[in-house]
Design a protein around this ligand. Structure first.
Ligand code: SF4
Length: 299
């Protein structure tokens, strides 16, 4: 069969689903290529990660006998069949982005069900193990772990040990849920080679648990350089500016690097966008201690 692939919102990140679909078809002897207008295809797979607010859909191709669409940009259903989900991805689709780097999930799902996040509805309200590292890591120097909440999984210590044993540099791309931390988990995280760690403090209701987790990490965590201990601070969602500032000042005092994220940025008030510029530009943030003193016209 002739298979065409379309990465609809192609961005600076490889599309793992398409990499697995490609590997599956190649294993059956099919020809797989990126779709192009003069091809003739038995199946064209279209994958879209983001919804239409962030990335526009493209027209369905006319030169395909069958079109299969998938990805959260098209809705929450449409997980890959098990035999494709667990195949070793075809890294040759994105040679530059996947150079010496493995991408994958060890767990899926998250119990938190944050109101702005689709993970719970798509993957379930429990973090559960879905793979061992050997399924998608074959000795690459770098690992991009895509798990939404690995430390909430009951198998976390075993999975963290697998990551540590790999000796690869691991990027926890979705961050670590500091509310799940115990001393044992922090020590297991310490054994994993990581250049940077990031957490999140999204809601005020989480404050006690977040601060407790961050204190624990500050006490036992291996990463001590505050520039490499980042905490995402969600704004323009359901917190006031005073609550935004409270989180930012608290984090700085605790030795963490706050990083402002703006929900619905195109419609965010100017004050929030200024706050983001003040915090996220680390030269300004270190020079000017208080937001109240920040003058955007002066650098
Ligand atoms: S903790 Fe993270 S993955 Fe889990 S629901 Fe909240 S934002 Fe989503």
């Amino acid at each position: 069969m002739n298979i065409g692939l379309i990465d609809v919102d192609s961005h600076n990140f490889p599309n793992l689903a398409l990499m697995k679909i490609s590997a599956f078809h190649k294993s059956r002897g099919d020809h797989v290529e990126w779709w192009w207008g003069f091809g003739d295809y038995d199946i064209v797979y279209m994958s879209k990660v983001f919804d239409d607010t962030y990335s526009k859909d493209v027209d369905e191709p006319l030169n395909a006998r069958k079109i299969i669409k998938g990805g959260t940009g098209y809705g929450l259903n449409g997980n890959l069949p098990e035999e494709i989900e667990h195949i070793y991805p075809d890294y040759s689709l994105y040679p530059e982005l996947t150079k010496d780097t493995a991408y994958g999930f060890l767990t899926r799902g998250c119990p938190r069900h944050c109101s702005f996040c689709i993970v719970g509805d798509k993957e379930g309200l429990q973090s559960r193990k879905v793979a061992d590292l050997s399924e998608w890591w074959h000795g690459q120097r770098y690992i991009k772990l895509l798990d939404p909440n690995i430390t909430a999984c009951k198998d976390r210590l075993d999975l963290l040990r697998q990551l540590a044993d790999s000796g690869a540099w691991v990027d926890f791309t979705q961050g670590v849920d500091c509310r799940t931390l115990t001393k044992e988990i922090v020590l297991s995280l310490n054994a994993v080679k990581t250049k940077m760690i990031h957490f999140a403090w999204d809601f005020m209701e989480q404050s006690d648990a977040v601060v407790k987790g961050l204190e624990l990490y500050a006490q036992h965590g291996a990463i001590t350089d505050e520039r490499k201990r980042r905490v995402y601070v969600l704004t323009n969602y359901n917190t006031t500016q005073a609550e935004n500032l409270h989180r930012i000042y608290t984090l700085r005092n605790m030795g963490y690097d706050p990083y402002v994220m703006i929900y619905d940025k195109p419609h965010a008030p100017r004050e929030i966008r200024l706050l983001q510029r003040w915090v996220n530009n680390k030269i300004i943030f270190r020079k000017c201690e208080r937001f109240e003193d920040y003058d955007p016209k002066r650098r």
